[in-house]
Design a protein around this ligand. Structure first.
Ligand code: FAD
Ligand code: NAD
Length: 466
């Protein structure tokens, strides 16, 4: 029987990063993945394919709607070849997952293909291509998550679908009904709206992206409405029924009226749930909580001292970079180091256009905590760079402590915000004040100038260009 210092179950961004860091720290490491490709949800059916389709559909929208204003004329019709677009997405996925194979080899990590299940706290049975039992002194559970649904919905995966199917449709829906105005619903909704589908978003709460700062929800809602998406807020879905090629969704509005929607596809994007099926966690004595998450302490250690858990299968935001941080954290903890993760500083990004990004506390959270704060906001339309490229929607908002000026939260919506948020994370990691940011030189003309201007506005209302 092969024996390891560490075995990682699951090869998503949590698992494969943990494996690499363990190997870097000198541990003999194995990784077990039930699918034939590495990379988990993120690389195969999550972050990477969704961003590939967002990019392709963005190009299409630019070509059909904005090239003309730049003086670019294309003779004849511009058409979408969906098969080719999905094919390109798959090529990007294949290249990216292939890159993980390379990283495993480079770091001398043994890869086992098959379902891993606990025999006891130090033995894992692998069923599948590389069937065998292995032994490991320490084990990291990184089994991720799966889409969740509503109890009355039958996901047939043809017309009533999750994000996984939405990433490989064979036709552009005529009318895509989306249940859940969260990250997946909005990203994939925008993809298909750009490609020509009618899109209706049905959201239970009174705003989309309900966990983000309300200012961002409001601004993105405007963008979706401008693109003629139907935004049905405060609607509680009651039933989803498929009749042939038609899907009928009924939802109750605030007045108690039942509203009916008819479409040809329905995307269910109401969140994801931790995945531990087949893991046989009981055999090792590992406890799950009542939400199905693996229970961990502040060292990300389960109740069984040699077994750790990371990523979507434990509490916290279901984000690839959060899983990665935890992978590194656990590897370094096992090596006797004292790593640290500041969960308040894990940024959240929605890759719509304009992009939405945030880090730290929202205004709603600061109010609830009775923190006295000041606000500095700057609109992108006041920036030369934004006007030059034609991306004028959105703003940067900085929230700073009223007395100390320390930055407590940064919320932005606009072009390139997914990348701009890194400056805010760096600043907050070093506990910068708004004035610190405002006194740093920002290259001109850039979108990043909006961050400096918002910081000036937060410092003492002295933005220069509004
Ligand atoms: P996963 O990536 O889910 O990986 C777990 C792996 O474990 C899987 O490969 C699974 O097959 C394997 N596994 C499970 N059980 C076993 C077992 N018993 N034996 C062997 N293998 C097993 N996050 C972002 O930060 N940015 C984004 O832009 C983003 N976009 C997304 C878009 C979509 C459509 C979706 C669905 C998700 C997106 N996410 C995004 C979320 C992100 O994908 C997850 O947070 C991330 O993948 C979690 O990583 P993980 O390692 O915890 O688990
Ligand atoms: P989500 O939690 O972002 O959004 C779910 C939405 O569905 C919420 O707005 C919620 O209020 C709504 N909802 C819940 N029940 C409902 C009901 N009965 N009727 C109508 N609406 C209802 O979940 P998601 O969009 O499915 O994404 C799952 C996870 O994947 C998220 O945790 C997210 O972090 C991750 N993800 C991240 C990215 C990114 O980082 N860009 C992209 C995609 C997914």
């Amino acid at each position: 029987m092969k024996s390891y210092d560490v075995a990682v179950i699951g090869s998503g961004p949590g698992g494969y990063v943990a494996a690499i860091r363990c190997a870097q720290l000198g541990m003999k490491t194995a990784i077990i993945e039930k699918y034939s490709t590495l990379g988990g949800t993120c690389l195969n059916v999550g972050c990477i394919p969704s961003k590939a389709l967002l990019s392709s559909s963005h190009h299409y929208e630019e070509a059909t709607k904005h090239f003309e204003e730049h003086g670019i004329e294309i003779p004849g019709d511009i058409k979408v070849n969906l098969e080719k677009m999905i094919g390109r997405k798959q090529a990007v996925v294949d290249q990216t997952t292939g890159g993980i194979d390379f990283l495993m080899k480079k770091n001398k990590i043994d890869v086992f293909e098959g379902l891993g299940s606990f025999v006891d706290a130090t033995h894992i049975k692998i069923e599948g291509k590389d069937a065998q039992e292995i032994e490991a002194k320490k084990i990291i559970i990184a089994t991720g998550s799966k889409p969740s649904t509503l109890p009355f919905i039958t996901l047939d995966k043809e017309r009533v679908i999750t994000s996984t199917e939405a990433l490989k449709l064979k036709e552009i829906p005529k009318h895509l009904i989306i249940i859940g105005g969260g990250v997946i619903g909005l990203e994939l909704g925008q993809v298909y709206r750009r490609l020509g589908a009618e899109v209706t978003v049905i959201e239970y709460m009174d705003r989309i992206l309900p966990t983000m700062d309300a200012g961002l929800s409001k601004e993105l809602n405007k963008v979706f409405k401008k693109a003629k998406c139907k935004m049905m807020l405060s609607h509680k879905v009651q039933s989803v029924e498929r009749k042939g090629d038609e899907v009928i969704v009924k939802a109750e509005n605030k007045k108690g009226e039942v509203v009916e929607f008819k479409g040809d596809y329905c995307l269910v994007s109401v969140g994801r749930k931790p995945y531990t099926a087949g893991l046989n966690a009981e055999a090792a004595g590992v406890k799950l909580n009542d939400r199905g998450q693996v229970e961990v302490n502040e060292h990300l250690q389960t109740n069984v001292s040699n077994i750790y858990a990371i990523g979507d299968v434990i509490k916290g935001a279901m984000l690839a970079h959060k899983a990665e941080e935890e992978g590194v954290f656990v590897a370094e903890t096992m090596a006797g180091q004292k790593p640290h993760i500041d969960y308040n500083l894990i940024p959240g990004v929605v890759y719509t256009w304009p992009e939405v990004a945030a880090v730290g506390k929202t205004e709603e959270e600061l109010k609830a905590d009775n923190v006295e704060y000041k606000v500095g906001q700057f609109p992108f339309r006041a920036l030369g760079r934004a006007r030059a490229s034609g991306d004028i929607d959105g703003f940067v908002k900085i929230l700073a402590d009223k007395k100390t000026d320390e930055v407590l939260g940064v919320h932005m919506i606009g072009a390139r915000c997914a990348d701009l948020i890194a400056e805010a994370v760096t600043a907050m990691e070093f506990r910068a004040s708004a004035e610190d940011i405002s006194r740093m030189s920002h290259a001109h003309p850039t979108f990043a100038e909006a961050v400096k201007e918002a910081a000036l506005a937060a410092t003492d209302d002295r933005a220069l260009h509004v």
